[in-house]
Write a protein that binds this ligand. Sequence first.
Ligand SMILES: [Fe+2]
Length: 257
Amino acid sequence: MNAPQVFPHEVRVEPDFQSSTHALLALREHLVIDHPINDRVSASQRNLFELFELYAHFVYDFNAYVGALFSRITDIDAKAHIYENLLEEIGFQPGKQAQWGFHHGELYRSFLVSLRQTSAYRGVISEDRTRELDMLSRGISERFYAGHFDILRKGNDRLTVAAFSSIEGWVSREYAMWRKLLGQLGDDALAIDLRTIDLHCECDIEHSRVLDSILRGFLAGDDRTLAAHEVNSGLLRGIALSVGLFDDIDRALATTH
Ligand SMILES: [Fe+2]
């Protein structure tokens, strides 16, 4: 009997990745996109708003992680890509003067501030609960990045870039889902600063494509068996951390289960 097809049609198939890496690239996306939290936030506006609060410190702390990743990497192509990513994260936009307000953490903060002012948000979340969610969000982010910094300390280029790519693999689709749900808020949606949402629906598709081509380069060298082992190990550890991030957020929701 043929083995079951593990690659849904919407997952990009890279013909020169070996099957084990292929399977992990598909999992990288689907274990987050199919996470049960997505049903819970689709069914409840309160859960959706709480997810945005709980996700916040992951965004605020991302820039520090990308900076540490940049300084650790030695592969020139990977370094160049991570540098571009770092510039975007701190607010450089092509053709525009850099501004701290364009920093991705600040764009997200602006989104949250505008969301908190909507009647939809104020109707279901108290100011006390917002403060509580902010504290919970700090802990969630710390646990997530502790895992990635551990990989950075022990890892090499193949391991660390593969682990990093596990994040870029789901961001654009997750943000697209959130964009759709926010559109259902009616007039309230018009008052929300959606720049961070719109930005990440688009740019991270390209990031993911470039990272995959860097991973493919790692796997094309002379020591392919070792390279595949390291890339796959990095993907596996990164995937587990991304799933853990959403497990953590899911557990902290007030109205879950
Ligand atoms: Fe970003």
